[in-house]
Each structure stands twice: as structure tokens, then as C-alpha cells.
Ligand binder design. Structure first.
Ligand SMILES: [Zn+2]
Length: 315
């Protein structure tokens, strides 16, 4: 059942979603990684109903949370993990983007007193665009779940600077995964939370992606934070070499597709040609069998200029 929930979010054609949020899973939702300086990453193992990674920063006078999982029960587990370490108020939540696996626990932290913040397109898209992850005919229960997601109460266009006492947290709107992505930089800890701009040795969901922008954002990470620890939206914490490997995957994907298109290939022939080129290098990456075909089809459409992406609207 819980696996179905995960598949529902990662595959747009998945048909069912049980919305069984109540039970604690047999395995933990996430593993906490101590990154020093009060910075913690909550890394979700594959198939966890938490659905994505998250994290938090404990400062001298408050706590910042980055992302809130796909399941409110996982958010409650992270709230309990924070409370086991500090009784400082939880001041801020940053949603790195609107996708369901990063925002479904927003209300858990809002009810604990936090201001939920995000790039303005997150507020525009969160209760509308997330419906597509339930297929063409969402159930009433699924529609109600999406319609009741907790929205950001503070939005920004290009970024925001937050302070936990004298600790500076830089939030930058770097694009590529959805058109409304935020990167959270904790300079004094040399940690960067990338959201889904970076997936560590894992194929990405490119349903909303602009891969040219996504490559540029990964180049920004390598240029601006070469010594940092990068917490991806999916996969284990990484270093610059891992960011470079992911960036190179996107470059290779675009290059192989462009070459196939230039030789006149379309449809299944194009997909199978590019798959056979990617598999020897990337076949052991997470979600390869799940996402490779979608990555090729969606990026082929992007290169042809016919890919549809969510439009910015009134936040
Ligand atoms: Zn994600």
C-alpha cells in the first residue's frame, strides 16, 4: 500500500493512491544524518512513504525545516526528532518546490508555529498541479487531499535571507526542476539543500523540468559551493563529484536525444536507441528502470519545443 503511494507521486500515470497515512511503517521513514553545526538531513530510503529527503537546522534561537515529505505522518516523525533535540521554536519551513513529496507535511509545522515559505509559484501550483500525479481520473479522496495541502504563507520571487540568531541562511531560487525551485544554503556549516535540482546517483523525475536550466543550476552549485555537502531531494548526501555526475547525466541525455533526432529517429526507435546508450553508464542508478523512458520522452519533447510546463500565475 505504501509503495503504491510512492509510485503515485513519482509516476504521473499511476492510478491509485491509498492515502493510508495513519500507521507507522515497519521501517523508519528516514535516517537522520548529523552534518554538524546543528544541521541534520533526514534521508528517506527508497520506497519509504516519506517519499523524499528533508532536513532541519537548529540555531541559537529557533529551528528551520527544509521540506515536509509526502506523508504527514513522516512530518510528525521529523517534528518528534526535532523536539528530542531542542525545545527552540520552529520558526521557518522552506518548501523547495511544489511537488507532493516535498509539501504534504506543511501543516504539521504550521500548527507547531512555523511560517511556511516558498518561491511564489509553489503557492500557485501546489493545490492544482499536484493532481496530475494521480492520473487522469483522481478519486474524490485524492482530490480532497491535494485541495487541502497547506500552502506557503510567505512567498518570494528570487530568494530570501533568514536568520537563526546570528546564523545566516541563504535561500536562492535556482530553476530547472519545476520553475519554482529553492536551494537552501547554510554557509557556516558548508551544507546546501538542493531540493530536486540534484538527485544523487538517481534518475530524476523530469515531468516539469527545463533541463537546460537544471544543468545551469548544478553548474552554479559547483561554482559557488565546491566544498559543500549537498543534500539532494532523492538519494544520499553527496559532494561536488556527485553533483557533477548528475549534471553530466542531464548533458548526456540531451546530447544523445539530439543526435537521435538529427538522424531522423522518433517514437520507440528514438527511445530504444537512447536507452541502449544510457544503460551501460547509468543502468545502476536509482529509479533507472522507472524513469529512463520518461526522461527520454519528456526531454525529446523539450528539445522539440513542445513540452508543456506549468505556467506561473497569480500566487
Ligand atoms: Zn521529489
Amino acid at each position: 500500500m505504501l509503495r503504491q503511494l510512492l509510485l503515485a507521486i513519482v509516476l504521473p500515470c499511476a492510478a491509485t493512491l491509498p492515502l493510508a497515512h495513519a500507521a507507522e511503517p515497519a521501517k523508519p521513514f528516514f535516517a537522520l544524518h548529523d552534518l554538524g553545526h546543528g544541521v541534520w538531513a533526514a534521508i528517506s530510503p527508497p520506497k519509504s512513504p516519506a517519499g523524499a529527503n528533508a532536513g532541519f537546522v537548529i540555531g541559537p534561537d529557533g529551528v528551520l525545516v527544509i521540506d515536509t515529505f509526502e506523508d504527514p505522518a513522516a512530518a510528525k516523525a521529523m517534528l518528534a526528532a526535532i523536539r528530542a533535540k531542542t525545545d527552540q521554536p520552529i520558526r521557518y519551513v522552506i518548501d523547495t518546490h511544489y511537488h507532493l513529496d516535498h509539501v504534504a507535511g506543511n501543516d504539521v509545522f504550521a500548527q507547531a508555529g512555523a511560517a511556511v515559505m516558498a518561491q511564489e509559484n509553489v503557492r500557485t501550483w501546489e493545490r492544482t498541479q499536484n493532481l496530475k500525479f494521480f492520473g487522469e481520473h483522481p478519486t474524490a479522496k485524492q482530490a480532497q487531499f491535494v485541495a487541502s495541502l497547506g500552502l506557503p504563507s510567505v512567498t518570494y520571487q528570487h530568494g530570501i535571507t533568514l536568520w537563526l540568531g546570528d546564523r545566516k541562511i541563504i535561500v536562492r531560487a535556482l530553476e530547472g526542476h519545476t520553475g519554482g525551485d529553492s536551494t537552501v544554503v547554510i554557509p557556516d556549516a558548508h551544507v546546501v539543500f538542493t531540493g530536486d535540482i540534484f538527485w544523487n546517483h538517481t534518475l530524476p523525475n523530469l515531468i516539469d523540468a527545463d533541463t537546460r536550466e537544471q544543468i545551469a543550476s548544478n553548474d552554479t552549485y559547483l561554482h559557488d559551493y565546491p566544498g559543500a555537502t549537498f543534500i539532494p531531494g532523492h538519494g544520499e548526501p553527496g559532494k561536488a563529484a556527485d553533483v557533477r555526475a548528475f549534471r553530466d547525466y542531464l548533458v548526456t541525455l540531451r546530447k544523445d536525444i539530439a543526435a537521435a533526432q538529427q538522424s531522423g529517429k522518433t517514437g520507440d526507435l528514438l527511445v530504444n536507441t537512447v536507452l541502449s546508450e544510457l544503460r551501460p553508464v547509468y543502468g545502476d542508478w536509482g529509479w533507472f528502470d522507472y524513469f529512463a523512458r520518461h526522461n527520454i520522452e519528456q526531454t525529446a519533447a523539450e528539445l522539440q519545443g513542445i513540452k508543456r510546463a506549468p505556467e506561473p500565475g497569480v500566487p
